[in-house]
Design a protein around this ligand. Structure first.
Ligand SMILES: *Cc1c(COP(=O)(O)O)cnc(C)c1O
Length: 365
């Protein structure tokens, strides 16, 4: 049985007509940037996230950049980031001129280890950026306590974890200002690039509304050096169709993960995802670890099973960050996780037969 890494078919097929109606509504409105659809989506996404404000922006990276700018973090400032995240987290920090300070993850969950944060704090540290990697919430109670104790801001990178929670509270609602992505493959995906910030602060929400639109509140009067990073009406209208489905899709992802847990149980040398106490996992990705990762991936590819590696090179070893002067041997946990991780197929609507086929192929290997 062929199993693609990701299929949109079961999510998109039943929504075809509703999506076409949303398109027609925007098409006929003759208003395409920052209008009623964006306003409504922002209200609906804020309500979903249980925060006071959501502000739509062009993509997830911009959401993190605007969050840092709104907090006036820039040159000379240091920001704690995970050593094993997607590069966007680091790029946001370097784009505003600040310095990323990597902290190692808990190897069991791949999420930032709160116990390692305090040792990395310096006089110029301004913020912590936890990433809810693969869809699992970080241990936010401990992270918020550390931030409060040291007077730091928290910016959650919630690109992979819409709908996850820690101690019963949604990700994207803990930090002072948080970013998320609606890249098509994310748990809530647009049909193109899109993102949002979430915050409970009126002031920060207002600053980001200004920053995303050329630093202007009143057309042609510019208060700050802003960006063009607006969520467009069409993507907002399409996201409004998909958002009500997200809780069902999350349950389906969690069901697929439970099937994997069952079918892959007891295979020597294979480590399955671990969920920390108090956290929920929305399985943006189902990531296993093995010393034989490359050979296993080749074996699965030959059987028609799609897999990906998230991520093969940790940011400190990327050529882009050559200049940061971080030694290759630093961050051994990030390096080890990058060498052993493999993301198996997972998408809402995937069947237990698909999961069983993947598991049989892994057992045969
Ligand atoms: C996808 C992603 C981003 C960036 O989102 P884009 O919309 O692609 O800019 C940031 N951080 C993480 C962890 C991501 O997975």
């Amino acid at each position: 049985m062929q199993v693609p890494f990701l299929s949109f078919e079961p999510q998109h097929k039943p929504l075809r007509e509703a999506m076409q109606n949303a398109f027609a509504r925007v098409y006929d409105s003759h208003w395409y940037v920052l209008g009623r659809e964006v306003e409504q989506f922002e209200k609906e996404y804020a309500s979903f996230s249980q925060v006071a404000h959501a502000v739509g922006v062009a993509n997830g990276l911009d959401a993190l950049v605007l969050a840092l700018r709104a907090l006036e973090i820039g040159p000379g400032d240091e920001v704690i980031v995970p050593s094993n995240t997607y590069i966007a987290t680091w790029l946001a920090v370097t784009q505003v001129g600040a310095t990323p300070v990597p902290v190692e993850p808990d190897p069991a969950t791949s999420n930032l280890d709160p116990a390692c944060i305090e040792a990395a704090l310096m006089p110029r540290t301004r913020a912590i950026m936890p990433v809810h990697l693969y869809g699992q919430a970080c241990r936010m109670t401990e992270i918020m306590n550390i931030a409060t104790r040291h007077g730091l801001f928290v910016i959650e990178d919630n690109a992979q974890a819409q709908g996850a929670s820690y101690a019963g509270q949604y990700t994207g609602s803990f930090g002072h200002v948080n970013g998320t992505s609606f890249y098509p493959g994310k748990n809530l995906g647009a049909l193109g690039d899109a993102g949002a910030i979430t915050t409970n602060s009126n002031d920060l929400a207002q600053r980001i509304r200004v920053l995303r639109n050329y630093g202007s509140q009143r057309k042609y009067y510019n208060e700050v050096m802003g960006y063009n990073s607006r969520l467009d009406e069409l993507q907002a209208a399409l996201l409004r169709v998909k958002l009500p489905e997200l809780p069902t899709w999350t349950l389906q992802r969690q069901q697929v993960a439970a099937w994997y847990d069952k079918h892959l149980d007891g295979i020597a040398g294979l480590r399955l995802p671990v969920v920390a106490q108090g956290a929920t996992h929305v399985y943006h990705l189902y990531v296993i670890h093995t010393e034989h990762r490359d050979a296993l991936q080749q074996h699965l590819t030959a059987q028609g099973i799609g897999t990906l590696i998230h991520y093969p090179v940790p940011p400190h070893r990327q050529q882009a960050y050559h200049g940061l002067d971080l030694a290759a041997g630093d961050y051994p946990i990030a390096t080890e996780l990058a060498a052993t991780c493999l993301s198996l197929p997972i998408w809402p609507g995937m069947s237990e037969d698909h999961v069983a086929a993947v598991a049989v192929a892994i057992r045969n290997f």
